[in-house]
Design a binder for this molecule. Structure first.
Ligand code: GLC
Length: 402
């Protein structure tokens, strides 16, 4: 079996981390398969994938194509006109890119082209050589983005199967594309050797420039700076905790993707922290490359997405580190946990409910311990790379004629 993977970025957000774990799982289960990755920008993913023994080629997007995104483009006519004008401006460089990609794919002639991001779904489907099957791996809800949804619906017939990172994302795609194409929900995996209770712990106070406080209970939100990751919800919930509770909050992560308009800025978040008088209780660590060491340094991991979360890799990673998690219960994220058993849950954007969960856990070390043990059990049963590789293997075998 030969597979070429296409990623629109070499940065390591959730979709790329999931891709890396899939490649690691496939390398292990099928050492003889030919795997190869093409990325549209350089970044840490490149070295991590090469370290698995999978060759990587960087085929950079023209900058206008890298920046193009329909995040937040709603029904307002002005937004739509501006967006369409930007699309038009991108058309010529995008066609040049498509030509280059087509050349590379024709030379490789893989059995499967596995695409991992909206732009690559379309480019992969357009550049597909005769005889290669295209498989779209969805990590986000297409149905919430009208332009994307229309394009995917229009070109879905060019792909052989769709993989979605949760049942919720699979259902959304069924609404977009109908039943003509097989859509398989496959949960992501986590590297359980890296995300485990044992290992180094990051010094979160030093990273965020806060005075050291060995006794504080550390609660953190680990996320990219996408607007819907709920940073403001988290900060406001921290502000509701009684000042007598020895708690510190950490915002771990930073803006990652280039798509314009999609990221919250650190200045906005700092201004919110200042307006709530939380400067000495909330730290900003910036992006921490070894997020497992940051999670291990926390007592509680918060997931606060205000929109339905397609999967929520951070939830799975935190569980694998044996952390009590408070998760926002919507979308795929709601499939991963059982509230009260292996995590706690709150409704997306419900500041008071999130504060209540954090306070309950802060007061109850026994509950933290119980959730931690159950989370570890769940992770070792459901988030292994072997399971993910096995599920994908049957899908590849189904789309490639024997
Ligand atoms: C995207 C989704 C996130 C998921 C990740 C990996 O980043 O937004 O929910 O965990 O992909 O599938």
């Amino acid at each position: 079996m030969s597979i070429v993977f296409l990623s629109p970025t070499g940065q390591t957000g959730g979709a790329e981390a999931a891709l890396h774990d899939l490649l690691a799982g496939l390398r292990e289960s099928h050492p003889s398969w030919s795997l190869r990755l093409i990325v549209a920008s350089d970044g840490p993913l490149v070295a991590r994938v090469e370290a698995l023994g999978v060759p990587v080629q960087i085929l950079p997007f023209p900058s206008s194509l890298a920046r193009l995104g329909d995040w937040g483009v709603g029904r307002g006519w002005w937004q739509r006109v501006t967006f369409l004008a930007r699309c038009a401006g991108t058309a010529v460089p995008a066609l040049g890119y498509l030509r280059r990609l087509r050349g590379v794919l024709h030379a490789a002639g893989p059995d499967v082209i596995h695409t991992n991001g909206l732009k690559m779904h379309l480019l992969g489907a357009w550049a597909r050589p005769y005889g290669s099957a295209v498989l779209w791996h969805l990590h986000d809800y297409a149905g919430r983005r009208p332009f994307t949804a229309r394009l995917l619906r229009r070109f879905a017939h060019r792909c052989s199967a769709i993989v979605a990172n949760s049942s919720s994302v699979a259902e959304d795609m069924r609404q977009v594309c109908g039943d003509a194409i097989a859509i398989h929900p496959v949960w992501n995996a986590v590297d359980l050797t890296r995300f485990s209770p044992n290992g180094t712990r990051a010094d979160l106070d030093a990273l965020s420039g806060l005075a050291p406080d060995a006794d504080a209970l550390r609660i953190g939100l680990v996320a990219t700076f996408a607007r819907w990751k709920g940073h403001a919800t988290f900060v406001k919930a921290l502000a509701m905790l009684p000042p007598s509770l020895p708690v510190r909050g950490y915002i771990i992560g930073g803006p990652l993707y280039e798509t314009s308009g999609s990221q919250v800025s650190i200045d906005e978040l700092r201004a919110l922290v200042t307006s709530l008088g939380l400067e000495s209780r909330v730290g900003f660590t910036g992006f921490v490359q070894d997020s497992a060491s940051a999670m291990r340094a926390l007592d509680i991991v918060v997931h606060a997405s205000t929109d339905p979360e397609p999967f929520g890799l951070v939830i799975a990673e935190a569980m694998a580190c044996g952390k009590p998690v408070v998760a926002s219960r919507a979308g795929g994220a709601a499939e991963l946990t059982e509230p009260g058993v292996n995590a706690l849950g709150h409704e997306p954007g419900d500041v008071a409910a999130l504060a209540q969960c954090m306070a309950t856990l802060a007061h109850d070390a026994g509950l933290r311990e119980r959730l931690s043990r159950a989370a570890l059990r769940t992770a070792s049963q459901r988030f292994t790379r072997q399971r993910m590789a096995r599920e994908l293997t049957s899908i590849y075998e189904a789309v490639v004629p024997a």
